[in-house]
Structure formats: structure tokens, C-alpha cells
Design a protein around this ligand. Structure first.
Ligand code: COI
Length: 354
């Protein structure tokens, strides 16, 4: 591994180590370059090479790279957390590895084995350890990428793939922090469609969301809530996260049948809720049901578990009260308590890395 070079964002912490000079109170969800990235290549024989750590920085790509021309690429999002007991932990990293495998199959790419993926993630976190925020001040966001980097002119799978992992310290995803979100139900644009790539974490799912997202943000909304592209009446997901509604103590979320991302936070919340005795339904949710819901909340790695304060659909705006004893609060606090080590991790979701 190359030695650390001088970086003006670092100060000495008195132990001979350099601490990042970051205002941890205001870190937000942005890219702060860290020390190292992991890079592993795979050529025609579908075998990945040994992989190496390089100083975080630009990569060189052929202008004919499959990812640049035809969008052959996947990404994952994960977080490493520094707990008050001193442990550095990941949350269900094998789930990300498996999701990337499924996505790679859909996008005609080879993928690293789950063990290789998790091992590389752990090493990337350790290589960038000093960038993990202090307890309670945020997390180290980890971004594994699988890209078709070989040159290809005709529409075909690329002849070479690169698996990269980089990391950045982050805080809250939304500028609202953990305050309730204001969502806008989008009717003209769709995020995904049956048979497309909406059910995997393809990079191609995200750029088309920028226009409706930018328009909604310019009108003061936090994010866009998409409807299905066939009937234009069933709730799908938000640009950056999954959605849940609560009515009469029954929790519902749209089913992951191809056009909805199978979120790992989504899956965990379903499991936590069922474990706590809630009825959880994965079913089609008509947009009108939002207007009658008692609570609405969103889940995602970046977003965590975030309450929704209002939804605007056509000319109607419905507001939700955040009940201190409500379902959202219970889900959020249980999810965080498992990660923080405050309650038993009976499903072995937490993976320690130090
Ligand atoms: C995540 O939650 O990790 C994501 O990948 C969503 C992205 C829009 C930040």
C-alpha cells in the first residue's frame, strides 16, 4: 500500500496519526476524497485479478468503454460506522454482494464472489479508517462499482470489467436532516418499467431520475415518488429510497417485482417489523392510499429510515403527523439500536471489521 502523502485536509491528532480536518457537525452527503480505493480487473476469462489499493484518484478509461457508451455498470451503497464501544461495523454486507451478483447477471457482467466483495469492502474501510466519522457524527459511505471498462463499439458486453470501491465520510442524505420529507408524486416520468433494470442497481436507473428530481426540488420538494409506468396508479419508489405506508397498524410496501430496487434497509425493516408482531404486506399500493395513510416513511442505505411529512399528488397535499409512539419511530430506533450495538443483533446482521 502506498504511504500517506501530505494532505492539507489533515491535522495531527497527537498520536502521530493524521486526523481529517472536517466539521463533523455539518458533513452532509457529499464526496470527500479519502486515502485509498480498491481496484480489481477482470478480462475475457471472467477471472478477477488479485486487486490492489491505489491512492484515491481519477481512473483512465477508453472513450469506447462499455460503461461510457452503453451504461454497462452497477453500483452499491454501504456504510461503515464507528460505534461507541470502539467497534467498526458494517451492516449486512453479504446482501450487497449478492445484489451486485444478481445485477451483474442482468447486465451481462462477471461479478466478484460474495466473499471477495466483502473482504475488499472491509479492507477498503480499514485503509480509510481515519475517515470514519466519530461516533454519532456520521458514517463512512462505501461505494462499490462494477463497470464495463473494456472498449466496445458494437452493442455487446465489454471485453474487460473493473470493480472499484471508494469511500467518503457522510452525514444526512437530505438537507432536511432527519426532518420529515416532502414528496412529489411524479406522473409524467417513470423510474423503471417491468422487464427493465429497475430491480437491480444499474447506473442507468439514476440519470433519468435527475430531471424530475431537479424539477421537484426547484419547487421545494425533497424528492420524487414514482408511479408504475403501465397503470400510472401504483406507488413504486422514491429516486433514492424505498417507501412504506402504515394504515391501522398494518405496514405495506410495494413488492419488488422487477421495477423496484430490493433495498437492504427495506428488507431489514420488513424483518424487524414482523419480528415485533406487525403485519407487513408486500403488495401493490394505489396512489390514493397515500391520502388515507396514518404514516409514510422511506428506507435506504443513504437515507436510513426517514419520515415523510407530506405528499403532493395532483392538486392534493396530504400531511402526516410524526407520532412519537408510531411505527416509523419504532422502526428507526430498532434499526439504529441494532447497528449501534444497543440491542442484541440476533440475526447476525452486524459484521465487525476491527
Ligand atoms: C444508497 O442508498 O446507498 C443509494 O445508493 C442511493 C443513492 C441515490 C445515494
Amino acid at each position: 500500500m502506498p504511504s500517506h502523502s501530505f494532505d492539507s485536509r489533515l491535522t495531527c491528532n497527537g498520536n502521530g496519526h493524521m486526523d481529517p480536518e472536517i466539521d463533523w457537525e455539518n458533513v452532509g452527503f457529499g464526496m470527500t476524497p479519502t486515502d485509498y480505493m480498491y481496484v480489481m480487473k477482470c478480462s475475457d476469462d471472467d477471472e478477477f485479478d488479485k486487486g490492489q489499493f491505489l491512492p484515491y484518484g481519477n481512473i483512465e478509461l477508453s472513450p469506447a468503454a462499455g460503461v461510457l457508451n452503453y451504461g454497462q455498470g452497477l453500483f452499491e451503497g454501504m456504510k461503515a460506522m464507528r460505534r461507541e464501544d470502539g467497534k467498526i461495523v458494517l451492516f449486512r454486507p453479504h446482501e450487497n454482494a449478492l445484489r451486485m451478483k444478481i445485477g451483474a447477471e442482468r447486465m451481462c457482467m462477471p461479478s466478484p464472489s460474495a466473499d471477495l466483495f466483502v473482504d475488499a469492502v472491509k479492507k477498503t474501510v480499514l485503509a480509510n479508517k481515519r475517515w470514519i466519522p466519530p461516533t454519532g457524527k456520521g458514517t463512512l459511505y462505501i461505494r462499490p462499482l462494477l463497470l464495463g471498462t473494456g472498449p466496445i463499439l458494437g452493442l455487446s458486453p465489454a471485453p474487460e470489467y473493473t470493480f472499484i470501491i471508494y469511500a467518503s465520510p457522510v452525514g444526512n442524505y437530505f438537507k432536511e436532516g432527519s426532518a420529515p420529507l416532502n414528496l412529489y408524486v411524479e406522473e409524467e416520468f417513470h423510474r423503471a418499467f417491468r422487464g427493465g433494470a429497475g430491480g437491480v442497481k444499474s447506473i442507468t436507473n439514476y440519470a433519468p431520475a435527475l430531471k424530475p428530481l431537479t424539477m421537484a426540488k426547484s419547487r421545494g420538494f425533497s424528492d420524487v415518488l414514482y408511479l408504475d409506468s403501465v397503470h400510472k396508479k401504483y406507488v413504486e419508489e422514491v429516486s433514492s429510497c424505498n417507501i412504506f405506508i402504515v394504515k391501522d397498524n398494518v405496514i405495506s410496501t410495494p413488492p419488488t417485482k422487477g421495477s423496484i430496487l430490493p433495498g437492504i434497509t427495506r428488507k431489514s425493516i420488513i424483518e424487524i417489523a414482523r419480528d415485533q408482531g406487525y403485519q407487513v404486506e408486500e403488495r401493490l399500493i394505489e396512489v390514493e392510499e397515500l391520502l388515507e395513510a396514518d404514516e409514510v416513511f422511506c428506507t435506504g442505505t443513504a437515507v436510513v429510515v426517514n419520515p415523510v411529512g407530506s405528499i403532493t399528488y395532483q392538486d392534493k397535499r396530504v400531511e402526516y403527523q410524526i407520532d412519537e409512539n408510531g411505527v416509523y419511530k419504532k422502526m428507526f430506533s430498532t434499526y439504529m439500536a441494532i447497528q449501534n450495538g444497543h440491542i442484541e443483533d440476533k440475526n447476525e446482521w452486524i459484521v465487525e471489521i476491527n
